[in-house]
Design a protein around this ligand. Structure first.
Ligand code: SAM
Length: 243
């Protein structure tokens, strides 16, 4: 469906206001530019099946932004988005947290290439898209144990995701993990991973994404102690044999 810039921005405004998140006209413009470039590149690279404007607004933009009501805004934070895809949630969060630094990580080179072009187009500073697998990148000294926050959406079940995410966090850092209605079952299946990785669930929150019928939850995980060097295990093993 074709949509004009005015219509897109009007729809976006309604959603962001319903979320109770403050915004500027620059941020709305940036999300429009993002949408246009995403549509153009998606034709070539097939990054997402969600392309209708209303769907992108609800399922990608508002769903990414909904956690802002649960984030501590004090100080400048260092964020990592694991398996960011076309930038959800990390790229969208960066636009609303311009002072924080964001690292977007994905194992697909075409998505990382799209994100680097988008970062350049929007003239953003303090954001970087990197091609790699979480299991490999978490071994690098400058990445390991260095993030205040890790976020991730639609990448793996909680027990697998914890092995990807916790090694990147500073002690006391938090992971913001976006989940669907099966979250309780995933939490039950992640007990052993939490214990092994010295992490705990701080909170599970039911999210309210305006106009979205699907049930959405946020699981906040805190890291309590440094992670043993053997985690994450080598690429592919966390998924094959979850902790
Ligand atoms: N987070 C985005 C979203 O919600 O729209 C993308 C979700 S997509 C279903 C999962 C993404 O995770 C893919 O882009 C894939 O390349 C990436 N991915 C899967 N396993 C990964 C790993 N071990 N390390 C880094 N990226 C990974």
């Amino acid at each position: 469906m074709e949509i004009s810039k005015q219509e897109f921005i009007a729809e976006l405004k309604i959603g962001i206001e319903a979320l109770n998140v403050s915004y500027s006209s620059e941020q709305l413009e940036q999300l429009w530019e993002y949408y246009l470039f995403f549509l153009e590149e998606n034709k070539k690279y097939n990054m997402s099946t969600i392309t209708e404007p209303e769907e992108v607004i609800k399922k990608h933009y508002l769903d990414s932004l909904v956690i802002l009501n649960h984030v501590d805004f004090e100080g400048r934070k260092r964020w990592l988005d694991i398996g960011t895809g076309a930038g959800f949630p990390g790229m969208v969060l960066k636009l609303f947290l311009p002072g924080d630094s964001f690292y977007l990580l994905d194992s697909s080179a075409k998505k990382v290439n799209f994100l680097n072009q988008l970062i350049y187009k929007l003239g953003l500073k303090g954001i970087d898209a990197t091609h790699g697998r979480a299991e490999d990148v978490a071994k690098l000294e400058e990445w390991r144990g260095s993030f205040d926050y890790v976020c991730s959406r639609a990448v793996a079940s909680l027990n697998v995701l914890l092995e990807y995410a916790v090694p990147f966090l500073k002690i006391g850092g938090e992971a913001y993990l976006y989940k669907g209605p099966e979250y309780e079952e995933e939490i039950r299946g992640a007990e052993s991973a939490l214990k092994t990785l010295d992490a705990e669930i701080k909170e599970s929150i039911k999210l309210d994404v305006p106009g979205l019928e699907a049930e959405r939850y946020l699981i906040i995980v805190t890291k309590n102690d440094s992670t043993e060097n053997k985690y994450p295990r080598r690429a592919g093993i966390p998924k094959k044999r979850p902790l």
